[in-house]
Design a protein around this ligand. Structure first.
Ligand code: ADP
Length: 268
């Protein structure tokens, strides 16, 4: 019972006997702590951009004759903070939906060639020519939810871009691995120290908060990835070396290949 929280209740029973009821509250306590931390973190994350926006609004009210250039720069900063709040709220809603039991995965055939090509187009738009992005597609279609997978793979690719300095190289691949199909993103960016790796999929966990914010990060990207992959029976592995780069690999079991999906549905 060490490290566990047990609630023990003694209930009187007939003939001077008693019933001992024990309840293990360790798990419910853990979930309650997680929920509280999430609300505290989310409130903190929203408070910072709100403070900036309110500050500039106060300046606008108290100094109505500010010159146009200053006013435009204030509006730009407010708009950036507005976008930051919007990204955060959207990521929080996505996470809540993914966790909801009322929202089971309805698998469909995912056209992986198309999906991975779209991911590369999004990556090119985000990088805007600052990185060398290469692509390898040699894997099968799978069953799953296209939008969720697009969001998970998109998060991994956008992280690779955001944490890789200019002129860095990013390789995106969809191939057949030993145990099943796999999606991988390799970068030669800033890398991650080993002590952080196991915590990266926790909500709001960031190695360097200011770097994450500078690049419009919400701290929820990898938590979303984790939930999408859980729903697809897939596993995420992270290999990284500081200053050398990182590889994020998503491995799907063979049974998620779309062909076997079609055969099963015919047999049923
Ligand atoms: P964020 O919005 O902060 O990027 P994520 O959940 O997507 O949030 O990632 C969590 C943290 O993991 C990031 O803040 C960053 O420290 C680290 N990280 C993720 N991907 C990479 C990468 N490709 N290279 C280096 N660090 C990364």
């Amino acid at each position: 019972v060490r490290d566990r929280k047990l609630i023990v209740q003694i209930i009187p029973f007939e003939n001077r006997r008693q019933i001992l009821v024990t309840h293990d509250a360790t798990e419910s306590d853990r979930i309650e702590t997680m929920r509280r931390d999430f609300v505290a973190n989310a409130s903190h994350e929203l408070r910072t951009p709100l403070t900036v926006i309110n500050g500039f609004l106060e300046i606008a009210c108290s100094q109505p004759n500010l010159d146009l250039k200053t006013r435009m720069s204030h509006l730009k900063l407010m708009s950036e903070q507005g976008h930051r709040m919007q990204n955060l709220v959207e990521d929080m809603l996505t996470l809540t939906r993914l966790e909801s039991v009322d929202y089971p995965l309805r698998p469909e055939r995912v056209d992986m060639d198309l999906l991975v090509e779209q991911i590369q187009q999004d990556a090119n738009a985000l990088s805007n020519g600052r990185h060398q992005i290469t692509l390898e597609i040699d894997g099968p279609d799978i069953k799953g939810n296209t939008e969720e997978l697009r969001s998970a793979f998109g998060n991994l690719v956008s992280n690779a871009i955001r944490y890789t300095p200019e002129n860095g190289a990013i390789h995106i691949s969809w191939t057949m691995g030993v145990d099943g199909p796999q999606f991988a993103v390799r970068d030669n960016g800033i890398g991650i120290r080993p002590e952080h790796i196991s915590r990266l999929t926790e909500r709001f966990y960031r190695v360097d908060k200011s770097r994450s914010r500078e690049t419009q990060g919400t701290g929820l990207g990898l938590a979303i990835v984790k939930h999408v992959l859980l729903r697809h029976d897939a596993i995420l592995t992270i290999d990284s070396e500081p200053e050398k780069g990182s590889t994020f690999t998503v491995r799907f079991p063979r049974r998620m290949i779309a062909e076997s999906f079609a055969e099963t549905s015919v047999r049923v």
